[in-house]
Design a binder for this molecule. Structure first.
Ligand SMILES: [Zn+2]
Length: 310
């Protein structure tokens, strides 16, 4: 199985167009040790010929223009794409807006939870995707799904599972109290495997906490790509960027007693990679103490164009 990190940044990308935080300002100046990043998406393939996108970011057009494997193949018809399916892990704008760039008569199968499909149905702009070309397939939580496109197997099996999280910002119901109206399926993780080889990995770009159930699921895994939005829970407040903590945004932070670095310490995960990294996060600076701390704990920081062969 091939995994390509198309976009390693969180919503807004890096640098973010309206952000003048230290990271964004330095990235804009081209200072060494800071690399621009597009918004959150992976591409995966069993055979290198047909591809599945995990999330469709607003930067999709730029992302699929870069690797030649994702461009129309030379022998294919005048209109074609090797992208045969898209899987969504939540309804966040940085994960769904790219669907609108896939509207030019492209046929692909769209997988998401019932909750996220409901959000698409409620936004009629997504009707631009012709249902005859883009069937919407609800993902059962906790049950493996064989990825396929109009009866053609894509050779990959996927299990969606609920993770602690939050409803997308634009769907928040402030009258619902602390949960903001979140329900099962608002945020999912994916376990993806190749039944032919047994290789597999977990993709969890948004996660509010690592509870006992999630910890047991991940224990001993070969590879986890995990939510790396913030280093510290109050990082955006401290930098004057927002009034929200990571917890309020539904993202666990890397550091701290209940952070992801600490939580993974006892899980024996062979390879762990942070994705969905916010532009405020100091791990984006290659020479930062925070980057060194994450790497010392065995973590890698994803970058656009990163390739993993399983
Ligand atoms: Zn910034």
């Amino acid at each position: 199985m091939l995994i390509k990190v198309l976009g390693s940044a969180a919503g807004g990308g890096f640098p973010q167009l309206n952000c003048n935080c230290r990271n964004c300002a330095d990235a804009r100046l081209g200072k060494p040790g800071l690399h621009p990043r597009t918004q959150s998406s992976l591409a995966i393939s069993r055979d290198g010929q047909t591809w599945v996108l995990l999330n469709a970011s607003p930067d999709l057009r730029q992302q699929v223009g870069a690797p030649p494997e994702l461009a129309p193949h030379a022998q294919a018809g005048v209109r074609s794409s090797p992208i045969k399916a898209v899987v969504l892990t939540n309804g966040d704008v940085d994960h769904i807006a790219g669907l609108l760039s896939l509207r030019e008569g492209l046929a692909f199968t769209l997988y998401a939870s019932e909750r996220v499909l409901g959000a698409l149905i409620a936004n009629s702009v997504f009707d631009v995707l012709d249902r005859r070309l883009v069937p919407r397939v609800p993902l059962s939580i906790g049950k493996p799904t064989e990825l396929a496109h109009f009866g053609m197997s894509l050779g990959l099996s996927m299990e969606a599972f609920a993770v602690p999280g939050k409803v997308a910002l634009y769907l928040e119901d402030p009258t619902a109290g602390r949960t903001l109206g979140a329900r099962e399926g608002d945020t999912i993780g994916l376990g993806i495997s190749d039944p032919a080889t047994g290789a597999g990995f977990f993709y969890i770009p948004g996660c509010a906490a690592i509870d006992a159930v999630l910890a047991e699921r991940l224990r001993g895994a070969a590879l986890v790509l995990f939510d790396g939005t913030l280093y510290s829970d109050d990082e955006m407040i401290a930098q004057g960027l927002s009034t929200k903590t990571g917890k309020r945004m539904g993202h666990i932070s890397m550091s701290g007693r209940d952070g992801s670095i600490a939580a993974f310490r006892a899980l024996d995960v062979k390879r762990r990679i942070f994705v969905h990294i916010n532009n405020s996060n100091p791990v984006l600076r290659q020479d930062s103490l925070e980057r060194a701390e994450a790497e010392r704990a065995g973590w890698e920081v994803a970058f656009d164009g990163m390739e993993i062969h399983l």
